[in-house]
Design a binder for this molecule. Structure first.
Ligand code: 8YV
Length: 326
């Protein structure tokens, strides 16, 4: 594959697009509009390499439409729940992602959402902007202190651990649930408490952060039953994927004050958001922007290029999605 035909579904940073044009027979997105299923199928039919993002649904029909040339789906992003991996594997198509380079940015935003929710940052800003502030008062805009509280991290991978390091600096006690314990030295550094039982952890935390990938095994991991275990004073933060949390139940519980607040960067049916969330003051809502830094997007693009180039040169690309990861 000297110069593979690479079809990129969305606008990427200029520097990345230019380098891709130099290295590959690249077709860029003219208008940055998300491709519909018909356009994705047409792209899969023609390309050697497809570069999708989280806004593209690479389902079984898109994979089935793939022509004999399509050998690599080099995702621009870490999460791959929008790609039917089993269908790709069955058709001998390699899938790669961009892990590691958005860890710190995502952990920063998770911490920002924890702070914003506990300390009512968005609400306070709205009060000022809407000219509803008539001056300081002893009981105005009281939030909750982070120092000394317990943070339960659901999914202690790279992002979960990067969050834990930050949270420790804010005086939060670190608890986590994960399929496996983290290595001893990491647990010691973070003074982290492991919970094999997610149910038991949820019932005891002041703050819960979702940091696991969305897979068939984690769909609605925070189900209605589990959400009901949270304390009424708890806050929930999600910078992973909306599908991990039962959004409808969460919205109802926030409305009924069965939990204190939520900070959300991701939603079950993006970009649609449960309408009742939009009306609530005890939620902070962001538009899936946790990894949105210029540096991060350039690093992601570099990873996509390295994955394609390595593959085109006949080697195994570094960021292959392996079955054991699912
Ligand atoms: C990316 C993300 O911006 O990488 C991920 O998994 O959720 C985002 O931060 C997006 O996926 C790009 O495709």
């Amino acid at each position: 594959m000297a110069r593979p035909l690479v079809i990129v579904t969305r606008k990427l940073p200029d520097a990345i697009e230019t380098r891709m044009m130099e290295l590959f027979d690249t077709r860029l997105s003219a208008d940055d509009a998300p491709m519909d299923q018909a356009a994705l199928q047409a792209a899969a039919r023609e390309a050697d390499v497809l570069v999708p993002t989280v806004t593209d649904r690479i389902d079984a029909a898109v994979v089935a439409a793939a022509g004999p040339r399509l050998k690599l789906i080099a995702n621009f992003g870490t999460g791959v729940d929008h790609i039917d991996l089993a269908a790709a594997r069955a058709k001998g198509i390699t899938v790669t992602n961009t892990p590691g380079v958005l860890t710190e940015d995502t952990a920063d935003m998770t911490m920002a959402l924890i702070l914003a929710t506990a300390r009512r940052l968005s609400e306070g800003e709205r009060v000022v902007r809407e000219h509803r502030w008539s001056g300081w008062a002893p009981t105005l805009m009281l939030g909750h202190r982070l120092w000394g509280k317990r943070l339960g991290i659901v999914g202690m991978g790279r992002i979960g651990q990067a969050l834990a390091r930050r949270a420790k600096g804010f005086g939060l006690a670190i608890h986590y649930h994960n399929r496996r314990r983290v290595p001893d030295e990491v647990a010691q550094e973070l003074e982290a408490t492991y919970w094999e039982s997610l149910d038991q952890m949820l019932a005891r935390m002041d703050i819960v952060s979702v940091n696991c990938p969305h897979t068939p095994a984690t769909y609605h991991l925070l189900s209605a039953r589990r959400l009901k275990m949270l304390r009424p004073s708890a806050i929930l933060v999600n910078t992973a994927r909306g599908g991990v949390v039962d959004e409808e139940t969460l919205a109802q519980m926030l409305h009924n004050r069965e939990i204190a607040g939520a900070g959300l960067d991701v939603y079950e049916h993006e970009p649609d958001i449960n309408p009742s969330l939009l009306t609530l003051d005890n939620v902070v809502l962001l538009p899936h922007m946790s990894s949105a830094t210029i540096e991060g997007r350039l690093d992601m693009g570099e990873k996509v290029i390295v994955n394609i180039k390595t593959f085109a040169d006949g080697h195994r690309p570094p960021d292959r999605i392996l079955e054991t990861m699912l």
